[in-house]
Design a protein around this ligand. Structure first.
Ligand SMILES: NC(=O)c1ccc[n+]([C@@H]2O[C@H](COP(=O)([O-])OP(=O)(O)OC[C@H]3O[C@@H](n4cnc5c(N)ncnc54)[C@H](OP(=O)(O)O)[C@@H]3O)[C@@H](O)[C@H]2O)c1
Length: 306
């Protein structure tokens, strides 16, 4: 029997990485995660790295056929001070640079490098424009962060390694992330839109984002950036109405005013208060079929479990 392909996932302990690891194992891949804290009792093989000191367990790189780069400080964990913003950038960009240096120093050649990015590439702006992969990055903080993140990933491409960048929308999961935060007020019957409620909220079900990463491994024709968002892009108000309906709770019409959001979350509130539509046409044309193209079905699936 042929040896299974080995996939190394940075930040594989997170929301996407855990589910992706499970799916890859089910498909017969060997999976290892690259983590800052290796847990001895973990079910999945883990290697340790210390990006701040340029250290990675050598075997992690020597044995990988594919690298999926998901590592990155969570955007909503802490207030965006200047120090935190630097951590947000470095945890994505410096880590990708470290991976590149270690891969090019190694005798092992990887078959592809697949990196997360975010639809924030297009900017925290509310408009009716539908953004696609050829649009330029925005010059706000997250647009710049994504540009640098993708630039560091593209060093692999320049070195002749197939490189795929997954510009991800808000990932909906019953295991954490944005939905976990939004559902609490909704379940208490006080769900309401944020700010104007007119901002779009491109989203993707956890299962679809994992399947897109798997397609990126398996489809040798894929390279470059792909938007990973479901075809249906609701506004924030539409989203909250459907979430309340999914939980059979009333919808609380008065919105949380933008100034309150700014006071509570500082600059981070821009991600919640602004948003445009994003097109998934490129990934669909590449042959990807969404399991959850519509919000109603996605929410029915996720709220049924939590
Ligand atoms: N979830 C979403 O809605 C969404 C949307 C758009 C883009 N994305 C991007 O997709 C990637 C994966 O998302 P996720 O939701 O799975 O993220 P997550 O749950 O926050 O996990 C990210 C992982 O990154 C590692 N990490 C955290 N801080 C780090 C630091 N300072 N330096 C190095 N590594 C660090 C952690 O792994 P260890 O503690 O094991 O090192 C963590 O488990 C992220 O880059 C994220 O920005 C996610």
């Amino acid at each position: 029997m042929q040896n299974p392909n080995k996939v190394l996932i940075t930040g594989g302990t997170g929301l996407i990485g855990q589910e992706l690891s499970k799916k890859l194992l089910q498909k017969g891949y060997e999976v290892a995660v690259l983590s800052r804290n290796k847990k001895k009792d973990a079910d999945i093989k883990a290697y340790e790295w210390d990006p701040a000191n340029n250290k990675i367990e050598k075997e992690a790189i020597e044995t990988a056929d594919y690298i999926i780069h998901l590592a990155g400080a969570n955007l909503s964990d802490k207030r965006w001070t200047e120090k935190r913003k630097q951590v947000i950038v470095d945890s994505r960009v410096k880590t990708a640079e470290l991976l590149f240096n270690k891969v090019t120093e190694s005798k092992n050649s990887i078959k592809a490098f697949i990196s997360a990015s975010a639809i924030n590439y297009y900017g925290t702006v509310t408009s009716d424009r539908i953004y696609s992969e050829n649009d330029p990055p925005a010059n706000d903080f997250l647009g710049e962060t994504c540009r640098k993140w993708e630039q560091s990933a593209n060093r692999f491409s320049e070195a002749g390694i197939r490189t795929i960048i997954v510009r991800t929308g808000v990932v909906l999961s019953d295991k954490g992330g944005a939905l976990a935060k939004m559902k609490t007020p909704v379940k208490l019957g006080v769900g309401s839109p944020i700010g104007s409620g007119r901002q779009y909220m491109p989203w993707i079900h956890l299962e679809d984002i994992c399947n897109i990463y798997i397609k990126a491994i398996e489809d040798g024709n894929m390279h470059g950036a792909y938007n990973a968002v479901a075809p249906e892009n609701p506004s924030n108000k539409e989203f909250m109405i459907m979430l309340a309906r999914a939980y059979r709770r009333p919808f609380w019409a008065p919105a949380v005013p933008a100034p309150v959001m700014k006071l509570l979350f500082g600059e981070m509130s821009s991600v919640l208060l602004e948003g445009s539509r994003v097109s998934p046409e490129k990934i669909i044309t590449a042959g990807y079929e969404f399991r959850f193209p519509e919000l109603e079905n996605a929410l029915a699936d996720l709220t049924g479990k939590s």
